[in-house]
Design a protein around this ligand. Structure first.
Ligand SMILES: *[C@@H]1O[C@H](CO)[C@@H](O)[C@H](O)[C@H]1NC(C)=O
Ligand SMILES: *[C@@H]1O[C@H](CO)[C@@H](O)[C@H](O)[C@H]1NC(C)=O
Ligand SMILES: *[C@@H]1O[C@H](CO)[C@@H](O)[C@H](O)[C@H]1NC(C)=O
Ligand SMILES: *[C@@H]1O[C@H](CO)[C@@H](O)[C@H](O)[C@H]1NC(C)=O
Ligand SMILES: *[C@@H]1O[C@H](CO)[C@@H](O)[C@H](O)[C@H]1NC(C)=O
Length: 596
């Protein structure tokens, strides 16, 4: 049925002379010859590697190629003069070259089979189908680069729609990512996400060459993960079924690793903390019983319900943090660990006698001193697991008004506010930076608010352009409007950085906060938008003439959406199918170079 719908998507295609089969993300360098497609029969894996990861990745890729019999679902226009990406030409089957040898092996050569999947590992690869050769040649420094070659290859072997698998040749690809950190963030604290749906996101990531799943495990609302030291914490899971056991977390890590994806856990501390922690000792969290108070903002204790933060002055807090962190560190194998530090709300601390007394002891103490106390007492715990550990924190701990005075420069900062301003501030201060600017990369924006009893909706005329409506965000929610794939892809996050500042940007990540996301909506919220980020951080958003190639991406991302769905990743639709079948007919401007 999938196959039939794909074919019908092609519709008018037989009349068109070129088929866009180029992969997403676009390789850094791909050179096509014009010898015409040759038939692909059975491809066997061969070559010098000794990796189970490679063997099973090839089995998956080949299974996908043969079962999907993919026919590109969107074509590139032959009439557009904009330098189109090289295309393959669909040829009547009589014209497909059937060399007497045929294409029957994939030769994989990996230089270093032992390189671990960690930040900065070499992910480059080359892929070549030489004229007249009987094998596809893949070379990679590491296993992880070879996996990327497979996700490229499985997109360029297509069906001619008549039962033949074909590949355009000769083709030569030399590929490597621009950034070592290419991520998405999944939040399982606000709503639970099932294992099946987590695997689905990982499948989408592998196809789009995203290599980091930042897993925001818990939040004030719920604590879904099993912790060996404190089994009672999961009393604050939404239900006994909505829990990740240690085995579940290990399965996510190994499923991801098999696809070249790192899983970075986050436990947000000291803010966004109530559920779970309160089961250990109610005193290690504060303000959980307060009204979060949007009503009188001066009294607010949280930016959204429900309130709760770790008590920074109470000693037992650190014992609990130590045990939780060490238990999770035994499960998560990545060198990176995200320890939060997001959005500390000072009002929450009025509810702690430990903290109010600490302030009373010395009236010169400030909230900055309090944040510094957290850093000084929590960092030794975070560092105690070994020198391999690199910590990630949200930028608030450095940039917010209540931030700490002195945050070690080896902590990676994840920035979400103020775009280039904050990127520059952090990078020039010497921090490595992960770009997650909410104005461009927050995938949850623009769906209205998650808070109830909201009189702002009781407006009998359309507030339209009134940006004071609903959180001040045009389109609803504090960070509205919705970020489209074009908004994401067009983001030039290095603007105004010096070369040495730019070197501190290790990559970008698109967060999807889950107040309004669960199993039903997660895939359509991530996909295919996350794939636009995937290309942005893999090969960039500009062509060889330094022009934005967003228009060039259009047909590829429309095709890629269909490809995701065919692979079981429930990506949302971007355009009327008409636009897939009529390239650039749906553009805002006919002029193909309006993008700067
Ligand atoms: C791409 O590779 C081809 C040969 O493989 C080379 O001639 C060309 O200069 C490369 N292009 C870029 C932009 O590196
Ligand atoms: C906390 O105490 C400060 C100083 O007394 C006060 O300004 C603020 O309104 C209080 N916040 C809450 C939430 O009670
Ligand atoms: C917390 O521990 C420190 C040193 O470990 C000690 O000096 C301090 O008195 C303790 N504070 C409380 C409130 O128990
Ligand atoms: C870059 O810097 C210029 C000059 O300071 C400023 O006008 C512009 O807004 C900055 N651009 C961004 C994206 O921050
Ligand atoms: C297309 O748009 C670009 C950028 O605005 C402009 O420089 C160019 O002149 C336009 N071309 C035509 C044919 O209008």
């Amino acid at each position: 049925m999938k196959f039939a719908s794909v074919l019908s998507a092609l519709g008018a295609l037989t009349a068109v002379s070129a088929v866009q089969v180029n992969p997403l993300p676009a390789p850094r360098n791909i050179t096509w010859g014009t010898s015409g497609p040759i038939q692909v029969k059975q491809l066997r894996l061969n070559g010098h590697h000794s990796s189970h990861v490679i063997t099973s990745a090839w089995e998956r890729a080949w299974h996908t190629i043969t079962t999907l019999q993919w026919v590109p679902a969107a074509v590139e226009s032959p009439i557009v003069s904009y330098p189109a990406f090289p295309t393959a030409t669909p040829t009547p089957s009589s014209k497909i070259k059937r060399t007497h040898t045929g294409l029957h092996t994939v030769e994989v050569h990996v230089m270093d089979s032992d390189a671990d999947l960690q930040h900065g590992v070499d992910e480059s690869y080359t892929l070549e189908v030489a004229k007249g050769d009987s094998s596809i040649k893949i070379k990679a420094q590491t296993v992880w680069g070879a996996l990327h070659a497979f996700t490229t290859l499985q997109q360029i072997i297509i069906s001619d729609g008549r039962g033949n698998l074909i590949i355009e040749q000769p083709v030569k690809i030399k590929d490597a990512p621009l950034y070592p950190y290419r991520g998405i963030m999944m939040d399982t604290g606000r709503n639970f996400i099932s294992m099946r749906k987590i695997f689905e996101q990982i499948d989408g990531m592998a196809l789009s060459k995203l290599n980091v799943l930042h897993w925001h495990l818990d939040d004030a609302q719920s604590w879904p993960m099993q912790i060996r030291s404190y089994p009672e914490m999961t009393k604050d899971a939404y239900s006994a079924r909505e829990v990740y056991t240690e085995n579940d977390m290990r399965s996510v890590i190994s499923y991801a690793r098999a696809r070249g994806i790192r899983v970075i856990p986050e436990v947000d501390m000291p803010g966004h903390a109530a559920s779970g922690w309160q089961q250990i000792d109610p005193e290690i969290v504060t303000c959980v019983d307060s009204w979060w108070s949007n009503d009188v903002w001066e009294y607010h204790t949280a930016v959204e319900p429900n309130p709760g933060q770790l008590d920074i002055i109470y000693n037992k807090t650190y014992e609990a943090v130590d045990n939780v962190y060490k238990d999770l560190s035994r499960i998560f194998s990545d060198n990176f660990f995200h320890v939060g530090a997001d959005e500390i709300q000072t009002g929450c601390y009025n509810f702690s006698t430990h903290i109010t007394e600490w302030f009373a002891e010395d009236p010169s103490r400030t909230y900055n001193d309090l944040s510094q106390y957290w850093i000084d007492h929590a960092m030794p715990i975070f560092r105690s697991v070994g020198d391999h550990r690199r910590l990630v924190m949200w930028e608030d701990i450095v940039i917010a008004a209540e931030g700490a005075h002195d945050v070690p420069k080896d902590i990676i900062m994840q920035t979400w506010n103020q775009g280039d301003n904050n990127i520059k501030k952090l990078a020039s201060a010497g921090y490595d930076v992960i770009v997650s600017t909410s104005d461009f990369l927050y995938l949850d924006c623009g769906h209205g608010g998650a808070v109830t009893n909201d009189p702002r909706y009781n407006e009998q005329s359309n507030p339209g352009g009134d940006i004071t409506f609903n959180y001040g965000g045009n389109g609803g929610s504090w960070c509205g409007p919705y970020k489209t794939w074009q908004r994401i892809y067009d983001y030039d996050f290095l603007t105004n950085l010096t070369d040495s500042e730019a070197k501190h940007v290790i990559g970008a990540e698109a967060p999807l906060w889950s107040e309004q996301i669960d199993d039903v909506t997660i895939s359509s919220a991530f996909w295919p938008r996350a794939a636009a980020l995937g290309e942005l951080v893999w090969s960039g958003n500009r062509d060889a003439h330094d022009r934005k190639r967003t228009t060039e991406l259009t047909q590829r991302i429309i095709n890629f959406r269909e490809y995701l769905v065919a692979n079981g990743v429930m990506a949302t639709v971007l355009v009327p199918k008409y636009c897939a079948q009529h390239p650039h007919a749906c553009d805002l401007y006919k002029n193909q170079t309006v993008l700067g």
